[in-house]
Write a protein that binds this ligand. Structure first.
Ligand SMILES: [Zn+2]
Length: 511
């Protein structure tokens, strides 16, 4: 049976996931995966820690630890946060020998096919440390927007920079270390070789991209396309490149994302027999959907796509990349280094999880920057969700004296329930997936149900049950409680009768 593989951006294990990450790809991927399951469409929701990133080196240095130790601690924290938020994400798989073999098989196949080319390039070089600098090891002026940027891609404008593209580079590990530029021979994958395929790919999926991300792709396509580094000089961390042309180099960390996702899909699916990449093969008929931030559009939307295309039709490619913008905390950027953050696990320890998930869904930054505030959370979830929801529960309590009794449903009740499902499907299905509109739909329908006079109690109950089923991907705990009470959470609305039930209440925000 075919399935949808939902992949959330691979988190770098150099810290925990905070609320900004949750309101970005992770909750959205969870809601999408839960909706597909509720609709009887098989799904695997997976990710994998991005252990080889150079950011591991810089954060470990700052924290006075080793990249390996940082990796172990952060992976455990990330796993706890995922569970605390109730994300239906498969457990983070170990980055082990099977992982490394999957990565090496993926790149050596391309090497064998002659997809890579050697290039002698200039790279920033830290003279005292005696190391070449890239990605998280270097900062400088972004060639596309002139703001300060790390290597790889610019967090602000999203444009790539590789090798010596950053102006005035300096070492992140030691800003006092003089940085010069030295020649080095690396392997690259010229993205320009895939221009035609890329253009056709984006044209076919134009409606699936949010506006800002689509614009960035157009901007990058309007220029000569970058040469993707396949190897870089080793900073002492990462997977050793197995190629004779580049001794002492590692695989460029970003190119691990696709084999990492292939590996985590295989782990999440219970390690099915056959090749590890079987679920990603073109003949599988499976669908692929990514969730990631705007700052990953270049890597996840272009580099990783080219890595798949370079295999010449062997792999499926994503139906959609659902990209989020930045989320702020009390009108300031989330910052791990300044401690300006709220961890998901800490928040759900204070505020019931359904209320947190609802607020993040309602306010997440889909098309533009959005803001999390404590005051907003308290006010919005109380006034717009908890109070009307519990008023509806009270109304049903008064109406239903005998839970378990079969009540008649009229054509009108079925019609209205079907309209509700249709509205929510527009929020949950591609290409119009929108967590904020789904959360808004819950508010709208609650308000309507409180005001509508129903000819038959059965009609109200069918509509409430339908709303509960539509809200279930977001409000996971109240939905589970209803399920335990025997309420059948179905998106089917054709019932002739309905079994009466009491609606579980939402808890208050102070525990
Ligand atoms: Zn920039």
């Amino acid at each position: 049976m075919t399935q949808t593989i939902v992949i959330a951006a691979t988190p770098t294990p150099n810290g925990d996931l905070h609320v900004g990450h949750m309101a970005g790809p992770y909750l959205a991927g969870d809601v999408y995966a839960r909706y597909l399951r509720a609709d009887d469409r098989p799904v695997t929701y997976a990710t994998c820690t991005d252990d080889s990133q150079s950011y591991m080196i810089s954060t470990a240095r700052k924290n006075g630890t080793t990249p390996g130790e940082l990796c172990r601690e952060s992976t455990a924290r990330i796993q706890r946060s995922v569970e605390a938020m109730g994300l239906s994400l498969a457990p983070l798989p170990p980055v082990d020998d099977v992982y490394r073999r999957t990565v090496l098989d993926f790149v050596t196949a391309l090497h064998r096919e002659g997809r890579f080319e050697t290039r002698t390039v200039r790279m920033p070089y830290a003279e005292k440390a005696g190391t070449y600098l890239f990605d998280g090891l270097v900062k400088g002026e972004c060639p596309a927007c002139l703001t300060e940027s790390c290597g790889g891609s610019c967090e602000g404008c999203g444009h790539p920079n590789h090798f010596d593209d950053l102006a005035a580079p300096r070492s992140v590990l030691d800003p006092g270390d003089p940085v010069t530029s030295r020649e080095v021979t690396v392997l690259v994958l010229p993205m320009e070789n895939y221009r035609q395929e890329l253009t056709a790919y984006y044209a076919a999926r134009e409606r699936g991209w949010r506006r800002h991300s689509a614009q960035l792709i157009r901007e990058i396509l309007a220029r000569p396309l970058p040469e993707i580094p396949i190897t870089v000089p080793s900073p002492g961390w990462g997977i050793d490149a197995p190629f004779a042309e580049t001794p002492g180099q590692i695989l460029y960390p970003w190119i691990e994302a696709m084999p990492a996702s292939i590996y985590s899909t295989w782990k999440a699916a219970g390690e099915p027999a056959g090749p590890v990449d079987g679920l990603w093969r073109a003949g599988s008929g499976n669908h692929l959907v990514y969730f990631h931030g705007f700052d990953n559009v270049y890597f996840w939307g272009m580099v990783d796509l080219v890595m798949l295309l370079a295999h010449g039709g062997r792999y499926i490619t994503p139906d959609a990349n659902i990209c989020n913008e930045f989320y702020e905390l009390e009108n300031e950027k989330f910052s791990t280094s300044r401690g300006h953050l709220i961890r998901g696990a800490d928040l759900v320890a204070e505020v019931p999880r359904d209320l947190v998930r609802f607020y993040l869904a309602l306010t997440c930054p889909e098309d533009q920057r959005a803001n999390f505030t404590r005051e907003g959370l308290a006010k919005v979830v109380d006034q717009r969700l908890r109070v009307p929801w519990n008023a509806l529960a009270t109304r049903i309590d008064e109406l239903v004296t005998d839970p378990g009794e079969e009540l008649k449903v009229t054509d009108d009740g079925r019609r209205r329930a079907a309209v509700v499902v249709e509205r929510f499907r527009l929020c949950y299905d591609l290409p119009s997936f929108s967590l904020t509109r789904a959360a808004d739909g819950i508010i709208t329908q609650l308000g309507r149900l409180l005001e509508t006079e129903h000819a038959e109690p059965g009609d109200l109950l069918l509509e409430v049950r339908t709303l509960l089923a539509c809200a279930a991907p977001i409000l996971i705990d109240v939905a589970a409680e209803a399920g335990e009470r025997g309420v059948e959470l179905t998106l089917e609305t054709g019932a002739e009768t309905i079994t009466a039930f009491h609606l579980p209440r939402l808890p208050g925000s102070a525990r």
